[in-house]
Every structure is written in structure tokens, then in C-alpha cells.
Design a protein around this ligand. Structure first.
Ligand SMILES: Nc1nc2c(ncn2[C@@H]2O[C@H](COP(=O)(O)OP(=O)(O)OP(=O)(O)O)[C@@H](O)[C@H]2O)c(=O)[nH]1
Ligand SMILES: [Mg+2]
Length: 301
């Protein structure tokens, strides 16, 4: 019951209550220099990024000079924000079987939890799911996955702590092929001794996937903690350089009003944001919708 009501609440209700209402109140009178400065400040505080906030307001100034009517300005602001999300590449559809999804991100960003939520999502679509526990770096990761796998009815392929993650991936994909599994989700370690180790490990996992199933991984999902604000953008930049990312999941938006990094990521990296994490439960994952996000930021219904 609780989850049912939770689903009815906008995923961006915090953004709306913290920033949306303030931004909306700027549009209750004709737009002037002061309200434009306040708008820039609020965009900045909402984590859109300093340069993005300044650029947006600079563009909008041109509009305000022609027409200071708040409704027309609000409509122009919405269009300007939505432009960053236009022309997103379409995410890979699950049309190959097994469809392989590699889950990556910094430690603590929510990889394992998101993977469990995805397992639940695919199970609820009646798809068979196999989880590859390729985070062999952290012993507790395995326990966490065992619990989730049982709860969601997914299969789990694991190995002992400290073993080669690529060997787990190899076994997992062999099993997925043999059993005709629909979706394979690969959990990875967020922290290794250094960046070179992480890069080599991800490259090796990718090679193993490709060898087992040509074209795999079909998706590489980067999990980003929205509460980290602009640091999430830095993480996205770094990971995208290490390995091509096909989609982003922005987690912990239940605890943050600073989802503005979604805009910054779109603008700079053009990687589609596919899902939003709204809690620790298996149902707390909703598809990202740019218009809902922009409406929340501007305090629109
Ligand atoms: N509130 C909230 N908490 C979340 C969300 N997603 C994950 N968490 C919590 O964040 C913490 C870290 O999540 P994990 O899934 O273990 O993160 P991870 O990236 O796998 O971490 P490592 O394996 O250590 O790198 C846990 O306490 C999760 O319950 C979310 O959307 N909202
Ligand atoms: Mg983990």
C-alpha cells in the first residue's frame, strides 16, 4: 500500500518543494533584472552548474527584452531547459537474449541496490533474470546480492571473495546461455586500488562479455548518486572515459532536491538518464521523464 502511494508522488517532489516553488514565485510579476539574477542563483543552487545557469539566463534575457510577460517567459524557460534533453539516443531494447547489462559506478553510489531493483522490474515483466556477482572486491556485496536474488526470484552466479570478476562473468554468461535466461545483470566493484585497476577490470569484463555473447554488454548503466551534486558529473565524465556508458541511473533522489545534475549531465555528456532511484526498496525505481523533471524544477504541475 505504501509503495502504491509512493508511486503516485512525483519522483521530483523534493525538487519541486525546494526549488520549484521559489522559481515559480519569480514568475508572479513581470520579469526584470532582479528576477533574472534570482533565477540564475536558484538554477545554480539546484545544481545545474554555474556555467549552465549563467548561459541559460543569458539566453533567456534576450527573450525577456522582447517580452517581459511572466507566462511567456516561463514557457520559454521550460523550452530552453527541455532542449538539453532533446534528441537523446534511444536506449538499447531488450531484443537480444540473453540481454546483458553491465552496472558500473563509484562505491556507494547504489549499484547493487539498483541492480536488485532492475531484477525486480524485469521479474515483474515475467522475464528470467540472472545476476552475476562480479564485485568480488567487497565480501558483503555477495550477501547483499544473495538476499536480493532470493527476494526477486533471480538466479545468482557467484564466486568466492577476491576471485577474478571476469571469471564470474564468464560462468554467469555460460549459464545464462545454457538456460536461455532473458536478462543478465552484472554487478561490479566501485572502488579498486586505483583508476588503472578499475579500467583494466572493466575492459576485461567487457572482453569476456563480447567473447561469450557477441554484442554484449548490450547496456552499460552508470549509477550516480544525485546527492553528490556536481561531483556526480565528475564521476560521469571519468567513467564515460573509461568505458562507453549507454545510460544513467540517478539514485537517492528521495534524499536530495539537487537533481539539477541531470541537466548538467545531459548538456555535457548527452548520455540518456533512464531511471531514478527513490529509496532502498525494490520498487523504488521509476523511469526518468525530462518533462516531469523540468516541470518540478519550475514549480509547474
Ligand atoms: N535513500 C536511498 N538510498 C539508496 C538508494 N539507492 C541506494 N541506496 C542506499 O545507498 C547505500 C549504498 O548502496 P549500494 O547499492 O550498496 O551501493 P554500491 O554502489 O553497490 O556500493 P559498493 O558496492 O560498496 O560500491 C545503501 O545503504 C543503499 O540502501 C536510493 O535511491 N535512495
Ligand atoms: Mg555494491
Amino acid at each position: 500500500m505504501f509503495n502504491f502511494f509512493k508511486k503516485l508522488i512525483s519522483p521530483f517532489s523534493r525538487i519541486k518543494s525546494v526549488f520549484g516553488q521559489k522559481i515559480r514565485s519569480l514568475f508572479s510579476h513581470p520579469i526584470d533584472e532582479k528576477s533574472l539574477n534570482q533565477l540564475e542563483q536558484l538554477f545554480y543552487e539546484a545544481d545545474l552548474g554555474a556555467k549552465n545557469a549563467a548561459d541559460l539566463v543569458e539566453t533567456l534575457k534576450v527573450h525577456a527584452k522582447k517580452n517581459s510577460d511572466p507566462d511567456s517567459f516561463l514557457a520559454a524557460t521550460k523550452q530552453e531547459l527541455l532542449k538539453a534533453f532533446a534528441g537523446q539516443p534511444l536506449p538499447n531494447k531488450e531484443n537480444s537474449s540473453p540481454h546483458v547489462v553491465l552496472v558500473i559506478g563509484t562505491n556507494g553510489s547504489g549499484k547493487t541496490t539498483t541492480l536488485a531493483k532492475l531484477a525486480h522490474h524485469y521479474r515483474s515483466l515475467n522475464k528470467t533474470v540472472l545476476i552475476a556477482a562480479a564485485d568480488t572486491f567487497r565480501a558483503a556485496a555477495l550477501e547483499q546480492l544473495e538476499t536480493w536474488a532470493t527476494r526477486t526470484g533471480a538466479e545468482l552466479v557467484k564466486s568466492k571473495s577476491g576471485s577474478d570478476p571476469s571469471a564470474v562473468v564468464f560462468d554467469a554468461l555460460s549459464s545464462a546461455k545454457a538456460k536461455g535466461i532473458d536478462i543478465t545483470l552484472i554487478d561490479t566493484a566501485g572502488r579498486l586500488q586505483n583508476k588503472t585497476d578499475l579500467m583494466q577490470e572493466l575492459a576485461k569484463i567487457r572482453r569476456t562479455c563480447e567473447k561469450q555473447i557477441p554484442g554484449a554488454p548490450h547496456e552499460t548503466l552508470l549509477i550516480l548518486d544525485a546527492t553528490l551534486g556536481q561531483n556526480a558529473l565528475d564521476a560521469a565524465r571519468a567513467f564515460h572515459q573509461l568505458t562507453p556508458v549507454t545510460g544513467i541511473v540517478l539514485t537517492k533522489l528521495d534524499g536530495s532536491a539537487k537533481g539539477g545534475v541531470a541537466f548538467a549531465i545531459q548538456k555535457e555528456l548527452k548520455i540518456p538518464i533512464l531511471w531514478v532511484g527513490l529509496g532502498e526498496g525494490q520498487e523504488d525505481l521509476v523511469p526518468f521523464d525530462a518533462e516531469t523533471y523540468v516541470n518540478a524544477l519550475l514549480g509547474l504541475s
